[in-house]
Every structure is written in C-alpha cells, then in structure tokens.
Design a protein around this ligand. Structure first.
Ligand code: GRF
Length: 203
C-alpha cells in the first residue's frame, strides 16, 4: 500500500523552538503524515529559526514593529501563510495573539504550558507556581480570538514538586508537551479535526 501524501503545515515560533524540533523529528518518518512547509517567526535571531535552517526548512520572519498597525501585521502574516497554503497552522511557542485575517483563513493549533482554562497568558508556568498549584501541565487547543480560550484537543498533567522554579517546572512540562503536540498534530494531519458545540475532537 502506498503512503498517502503528507499534510502540509506551517509552524509559528518565537523562541527556542524545542516544540518545533519535536515536530521536525517526527516528520522525518513518512508514516507520521506531516510535511512542514515553512517555519514563521515574529522575531529574528532566535534558536528556533536556526533549528529550522538546520533541518533545511524554509523560514520567514514577520515582525509586528515593521507594520503600521496590528491589523496590517495580521494581514501580512496571513499572506505569508497563503504563500505556503498549509492545511493548518501550528503555533508552537508563538508569543503573539493572532488576528482576524489569519484566524478566518486557517485552523490554528496552539500548545500552552498549563491546564487551560487555568493560567492562560504569557507567564503560565510562573503563574502556576505563584498560585501554589500542586498540578499543572500543558494543553493543545484550537486558537480562537481570545487569549488561550479555544477548544481543547488534548491535555497532559505535570506535578509541581517542592523547590520547583519556573525553569525546572517548565522543563518538566516541555518533556510531556513535546510528545503531546507531536501526537495531536499527527492525528490532526492524518484524520482531521472536528468541532461540535465548541468541543474539538479528532476522530
Ligand atoms: C512552550 O512551553 C509553549 O507552550 C509556550 O512557550 C514554550 C515554547 O518553547 N507557549 P519552545 O520555543 O518550543 O522551546
């Protein structure tokens, strides 16, 4: 039986790109069913872009300060995505709220380092520690116009242990976040995503 054509995705990043790396590694197996068409970033000089270069992937940078308004940036980012025509987009540590042009054209999956709806926002790990949470984790969800409010696809729990710092806890979260993201993106690529009454699922 021949392997079906892989599903093309674009991955958006802002930082170290360890989640991107997990997707790059998984994509090297044709059975995974995903081809990363390009990696986009909102800033230059980040380790994640070097990971993309090392993997021979096309990259682009679309910076908010290079555009007169957020809406103009959103339209420019949508145009960069259009150039690759991905089946869906993965926000893997992309630290910008996506706007209406991108979200009206693309299904976007995001990975977040907390058990949403707990601890949305840019400092989820720090916020979980500050709240003395005993358990936190990570969430892969669909992006909507809100801040980490879209339908949840999958979650994984991580215990907070005495003496945890933001760094140690985030490292343990990433250890479960990477395989969770790889699993959900692969299933979404191979089987698709449905949303019914605000609940997202993969068949
Ligand atoms: C991840 O934990 C992601 O959930 C959060 O930022 C981190 C990005 O890490 N939004 P990396 O760039 O994939 O290493």
């Amino acid at each position: 039986m021949s392997t079906p054509e892989p599903t093309g995705i674009v991955v958006l990043i802002s930082g170290s790109g360890t989640n991107l790396q997990a997707l790059i590694d998984a994509s090297s197996d044709p059975a995974y069913g995903v081809r990363i068409l390009a990696v986009g970033a909102d800033r230059d000089g980040i380790a994640g872009l070097r990971r993309a270069d090392a993997a021979g992937l096309e990259t682009f940078v679309c910076r908010v300060p290079d555009h007169p308004t957020r809406l103009a940036w959103d339209a420019a980012l949508a145009a960069r995505l259009d150039a690759h025509a991905p089946a869906f987009v993965v926000s893997a540590g992309f630290m910008r709220l996506l706007g209406p042009e991108v979200l009206s054209r693309y299904v976007v999956l995001n990975t977040h380092p907390a058990l949403l709806p707990a601890f949305p926002g840019a400092h989820a790990v720090r916020d979980a520690l500050a709240a003395a949470a005993e358990v936190t984790g990570c969430t892969v969800h669909l992006v909507d116009a809100g801040l980490d409010t879209g339908p949840v696809l999958a979650q994984a729990r991580v215990e907070v242990v005495p003496g945890d710092t933001e760094e140690t806890l985030h490292a343990r979260i990433k250890a479960v976040e990477h395989p969770l993201l790889v699993e959900v993106v692969g299933r979404a690529a191979r089987e698709g995503i449905t949303v019914t009454d605000g609940k997202a699922s993969i068949p």
